[in-house]
Write a protein that binds this ligand. Structure first.
Ligand code: GYE
Length: 305
């Protein structure tokens, strides 16, 4: 039987599809904006969206995908919370003849490959995001040199790659030192708790890099609770470009944020159509990210999510 499933499942050409969207969680503005973008585009095109929310559990997300397979949806959009636990579900869909398109986070390519096991990955270049933040930091840190890093969800591709891009660039500038790096699970409250712990252990730290704005907003709150001033005593640098973070740039509390756009709907459904039309999609469809600092944050408030 493996012979029959050797290549990617095809997608029949139809006017209206029943499409699964397996979301990882909904506890932050980024996820809410992404879900809205997917729902809006599905509605605009008249497709039916079978939506699930894994509530921050990779195990639930795998079960959600398996239930979409049982319901025989036409195609599954999946945002794999972590890069290994969702692989069996991706392979189950392939076996069942249902194409999968990964959105915003990828899976481990040692275990499943775009163009072979799933159609494509649509998302940002996370290594580049981390590198761009490090570049901005090296140019704008002034006399500050001592960095705390707060990472995203352990075992997720954005956490791995944002760390890689940032750390590698910083290593080329030996005046800087990353004195601690710990996960805040991409969440505001865990970002706050992690920052509180790390600031106590490293009172000399004067820079905080986090892998997302939600964690940055938590870390800013932790610093303020200790009576110190964000933007003065500690320089914050971040990723995502969510509205509250852009406002924090305007307020002088946050130095920069590399955008990571959550607006996937149009691209996701364009990829579906191209695939149904028989096209071979590239293994990686890249989202372009803007970059915000004090020079452009005010105008970005108009479109930030
Ligand atoms: O940066 C973050 C979200 O996977 C790219 O996940 C996404 C990230 C995004 O929780 O805000």
């Amino acid at each position: 039987p493996s012979q029959a499933f050797a290549s990617l499942p095809k997608l029949a050409k139809k006017d209206k599809y029943r499409v699964g969207f397996a979301q990882s969680e909904s506890n932050n503005p980024w996820r809410i904006a992404q879900t809205k973008s997917m729902r809006d585009e599905a509605a605009r095109l008249g497709h039916q969206l079978v939506y699930t929310d894994a509530a921050s559990s990779a195990a639930k997300q795998a079960a959600d995908v398996n239930s979409m397979i049982a319901q025989r949806v036409d195609l599954i959009f999946l945002t794999p919370r972590e890069d290994k636990p969702l692989v069996p579900a991706v392979l189950n869909a392939k076996k069942a003849g249902i194409p999968v398109i990964l959105l915003d986070r990828d899976v481990d390519h040692a275990l499943a490959k775009p163009g072979e096991d799933y159609v494509t990955f649509i998302g940002s270049d996370f290594v580049d995001e981390g590198r761009r933040v490090a570049q901005w930091l090296v140019a704008n840190a002034g006399k500050r040199t001592t960095i705390l890093e707060i990472e995203g969800t352990t075992g997720s591709t954005p956490a791995n790659d944002r760390k890689k891009g940032f750390d590698e660039f910083i290593k080329q500038h030996p005046q800087f030192k990353i004195v601690a790096s710990q996960s805040g699970d991409f969440s505001r409250d865990k970002g706050r708790q992690t920052a509180q712990t790390l600031l106590q252990a490293h009172p000399e730290a004067d820079i905080i890099y986090t892998h997302t704005d939600e964690m940055t907003l938590g870390a800013i709150a932790a610093l303020e609770a200790s009576g110190r001033k964000p933007g003065k005593d500690v320089l914050f640098v971040s990723i995502d470009g969510e509205k509250q973070a852009v406002q924090a740039i305007v307020d002088g509390k946050l130095g920069c944020s590399c955008e990571c756009s959550p607006m996937f709907g149009p691209k996701a459904f364009a990829a579906l159509s191209a695939y149904a039309a028989g096209g071979t999609l590239p293994p990686f469809i890249k989202n372009e990210d803007r970059f915000y600092d004090a020079s452009n944050a005010k105008e970005a408030l108009a479109w930030a999510y």
